[in-house]
Design a protein around this ligand. Structure first.
Ligand code: HPA
Ligand code: ZN
Length: 336
């Protein structure tokens, strides 16, 4: 194996931008559909995979939400999360910050308790049996608006201790951050950290809004920051991490070729950029595949790979002591 590819797979890594519903592999989807007596709109695993050709974010979201329709019971959410954790282990992920979209399920009548219960039980098992530490991020669906977000935030109250942060995902265009200012104020008052998808399809103004109004501690994606030098300065000075997702960007035509991916330019600008898999079951690869795709296309050096890996631990919502422990692991594995 190429030495850089070996370095990528052997380094202990953190993943900070991962939608648990986006790890739903077609095989598991069909198995759960069958046991729940739900019919999918596709006849086979192959037929479903063949449909994974997305023109843009919305094209993808339509399939992503259709896929979630088979998830009904606590055990389904457990099985989904457990399958991801095994992939995470294969990818040498030692810390993962998992986003979940409760509204994709509660809107269909699935109890909030079943959703978070299954996910959290699997994450605890992953910590005990696989040694993967975790944080949980409750993400609001932008297209449902703030009022429904408030109802979801209320449903989360009994599980406050299980959730570290709230986020904002789904359709970006026409759903600017200012629609969610009060919702995020309320979430922060409850003690949650905030993150937000911004600058994936939306303009730099949406990243400014995520920072100024939503007080986002990290920006998910953040690609369009490259269009605004003042914004890059702010991201650098305040050490606001960007959780970029190379294969996602390519599959959703945020970039036209992997060679156009901004992650090296972000590093060069002194911004704390990280690599993540977003929705790996839909975009053709887990975390190592994302590193390899972007490293090959941009000819990243081993130092740049290590920087990206370290950035993720620095950007993680863990204590300074945990950060030091993780960064030490990277030093031991990389010899740097
Ligand atoms: N962007 C917005 N919403 C999402 C994504 C994404 O990349 N993945 C899952 N929901
Ligand atoms: Zn995402």
């Amino acid at each position: 194996m190429d030495t850089l590819h070996r370095l990528i797979s052997q380094l202990p890594k953190a993943e900070l931008h991962l939608h648990i519903e986006g790890t739903f592999e077609p095989e598991l989807m069909f198995a759960i559909a069958q046991r729940n007596g739900v019919t999918l709109n596709y006849g086979s695993v192959e037929e479903l995979r063949a449909a994974y050709n997305f023109g843009n974010l919305q094209d993808f979201l339509n399939l992503y939400y259709a896929g979630t329709s088979v998830l009904l019971f606590e055990q389904d959410f457990y099985d989904l999360t457990w399958a991801y954790l095994n992939k995470a282990k294969e990818n040498n992920i030692v810390h993962t910050e998992v986003m979940f979209d409760p509204q994709a399920h509660t809107e269909r009548g699935v109890p909030f308790a079943a959703v978070i219960g299954g996910i959290y039980r699997a994450l605890c098992d992953g910590f005990e049996k696989l040694g993967i530490s975790f944080r949980l991020i409750l993400s609001f669906l932008r297209h449902l608006g703030a009022e429904k977000g408030f109802r979801t935030l209320e449903e989360a109250i009994p599980y406050k201790g299980w959730i570290t942060a709230v986020g904002l995902d789904s359709t970006e265009r026409d759903y600017p951050p200012e629609l969610f200012t009060e919702l995020f104020d309320a979430a922060r008052e409850m003690g949650f950290v905030t993150v937000a998808h911004a600058g994936e399809e939306g303009p730099p103004e949406y990243i400014w809004g995520a920072l100024d109004l939503l007080k986002a501690a990290r920006i998910d994606h953040g690609n369009s920051a490259m269009e605004d030098p003042d914004l890059l300065d702010v991201l650098r000075i305040y050490e606001i991490p960007l959780t970029t997702c190379p294969l996602s960007n390519l599959k959703l035509h945020v970039i036209q070729r992997m060679e156009d991916h901004p992650v090296r330019r972000m590093l060069d600008a002194g911004v704390r950029a990280t690599i993540n898999s977003d929705d790996p079951a839909y975009f053709g690869g887990y975390l190592n595949d994302n590193f390899i795709a972007v490293a090959d296309a941009l000819s990243l050096t081993s130092d740049e790979i290590i920087q990206l890996v370290n950035n993720a631990f620095e950007a993680a919502f863990v204590t300074d002591g945990e950060k030091r422990k993780f960064l030490q692991l990277v030093r031991e594995q990389s010899g740097k």
